[in-house]
Design a protein around this ligand. Structure first.
Ligand SMILES: Nc1ncnc2c1ncn2[C@@H]1O[C@H](COP(=O)(O)OP(=O)(O)OP(=O)(O)O)[C@@H](O)[C@H]1O
Ligand SMILES: [Mg+2]
Length: 296
């Protein structure tokens, strides 16, 4: 791999073992500014572990991570943040009982003479939300937000640090089709208008088609390939795509029937929805693996 000025993150020969199990087996990868890099792989392939190394949550066994030319053997969460790495985790981190602005500034509250400056937090939160095109009142209690709106709060929180890299780990697993499409718009703006490097973990091939500039397939802790999204053969993905869309529709229908109140107010636990949707799309992941072998 040759470097270019936009190569903001360069991961070299990254390895990670848990106990005796090799979860990452010498990964080489580059994330570029202004690019949406989709990250795809079966359950347990090591996607979250790899991105955990980049965000400082996981300590690599060996290898290096260079951020803007500065080389690290390991990163702490604080250091990763300082270096401009923002992450939105696979499971929501927002807290009910707090307002939108409180959630955005959770853990790094803006204070004035030692006291949380609610007014300033609300103003800053409104500016971050406006950047995302979201119409959300900063003083609204979180429990009144839909799942998609909670996702926006998570992104606003990640933007607070002015990230150069934004990692989204399966961000649409719990979202409806409409919310997913809105999130795609936000992600495109952040990458293409604000020049942020987006790392986007997904199990859904149709998301790659919709937003990715380039794609990496990870299998058993190793990169199978990285290539521009436009070069993925549409004939290979047509069938899985159709089945996946039908599956999403079926799940959405079941969700509406089972939990009308929860759907209307978005107050249900995101993880629960997450699991149900992901359980349903997992068979498609196997088909994705089959597509991968065509290229491999
Ligand atoms: N803290 C840990 N201790 C032990 N094993 C772990 C730990 N974290 C992850 N693993 C194991 O590492 C492997 C890769 O997990 P990881 O969560 O990175 O996969 P993933 O690609 O993100 O999967 P998914 O699509 O299900 O999110 C799995 O076998 C998992 O059980
Ligand atoms: Mg994961």
């Amino acid at each position: 791999m040759t470097s270019s000025s936009a190569d903001f993150v360069e991961i070299r020969q990254l390895r990670k073992s848990f106990g005796g199990a090799d979860v990452l087996k010498g990964v080489d990868l580059v994330f570029r500014l202004g690019e949406i890099h989709a990250f795809i792989g079966a359950n347990g392939a090591g996607k979250s572990t790899l991105l955990g190394c980049l965000s400082g949550a996981v300590e690599p066994s060996s290898g290096t991570i260079a951020i803007d030319g500065e080389v690290f053997d390991t990163l702490s969460p604080r250091l990763a943040l300082e270096k401009g790495i923002g992450i939105i985790y696979q499971h929501f981190q927002v807290v009910e009982g707090l307002t939108v602005a409180d959630n955005i500034f959770l853990g790094s509250e803006l204070r004035r003479m030692g006291i949380v400056d609610t007014r300033q937090q609300n103003e800053r939160a409104a500016a971050l939300l406006a950047r995302l095109g979201a119409v959300l009142a900063p003083d609204m209690p979180l429990e009144r937000l839909s799942v998609g709106e909670r996702q926006i709060v998570e992104i606003a929180r990640a933007l607070r640090i002015g990230p150069k890299v934004l990692i989204l780990d399966e961000p649409t697993a719990a979202l409806s089709d409409r919310e997913m499409s809105a999130l795609h718009d936000v992600v495109r703006t952040l990458a293409h208008a604000e020049n942020i490097a987006i790392v986007y973990v997904t199990h859904l091939i149709d998301e790659i088609k919709a937003i990715a500039d380039c794609v990496t397939v990870l299998r058993d802790g190793a990169v199978v390939w990285t290539r521009p999204a436009a070069r993925i053969d549409s004939r290979q993905r047509r069938q899985p795509l159709r089945r996946l869309r039908e599956e999403r529709r079926r799940i959405a229908r079941r969700r509406r029937e089972a939990e009308p109140a929860e759907e209307a107010h978005g107050s249900g636990p995101a993880h629960q929805n997450d699991c149900r949707i992901m359980d349903a799309v997992r068979p498609a992941i196997v088909r994705t693996g089959a597509m991968t072998s065509v290229y491999a």
